[in-house]
Ligand binder design. Structure first.
Ligand code: IDP
Ligand code: MG
Length: 150
């Protein structure tokens, strides 16, 4: 099923100039970028986005990290995109993430794991709506679809 996922390169990815390399992984896989913006997230938005973790011991550090510098927010579309992107991103802890995943290849620390991706259809919908208006999400065809999908 064609799905949309909310994906965000966190401040460390932007500051470490990894945006191009990370974006290339999604493009080369055959996923389609349908929205993208560089955004310096404020505290309210960070707390809402990570609301499910508000009672965790790492919550305050997580919010400080996310608001420290700009992030690159995206909506990425494709067949089974939500679970597929989680696989490409890798485990939350970069030390446990498989090599070949984004976190496995580019990050060292749980608190600096460079990228966020929605974990389920409901969270994808919530997160997309939190960061993007409907008119910011592009509906377009890419002609290589005949070579990517049977
Ligand atoms: P996910 O990003 O892989 O979905 P979640 O468990 O939803 O992982 O946690 C959200 C984010 O909170 C993680 O990506 C990471 O940045 C941060 N985080 C999670 N657990 C810890 C921790 O134990 N220490 C520090 N930061 C954490
Ligand atoms: Mg999560």
């Amino acid at each position: 099923m064609i799905e949309k996922s909310f994906v965000m390169m966190k401040p460390d990815a932007v500051a470490r100039r990894l945006m191009g390399k990370v974006l290339t992984r999604f493009e080369e896989k055959g996923l389609k970028i349908v929205a993208m913006k560089l955004i310096h997230i404020n505290e309210d938005l960070a707390k809402t986005h990570y609301g499910e973790h508000s009672d965790k011991p790492f919550f305050n550090d997580l919010v400080s990290y996310i608001i420290s510098s700009p992030s690159l927010a995206m909506v990425i579309e494709g067949d089974d995109a939500i679970s597929l992107i989680r696989k490409i991103v890798g485990a939350t802890n970069p030390k446990e993430a498989d090599l070949g995943t984004i976190r496995g290849d580019y990050a060292m620390d749980m608190g600096r794991n460079i990228i966020h991706a929605s974990d389920a259809p409901e969270s994808a919908k919530r997160e997309i709506n939190l960061f993007f208006n409907e008119e910011e999400i592009c509906d377009y065809e890419i002609t290589d679809n005949i070579w990517l999908y049977e």
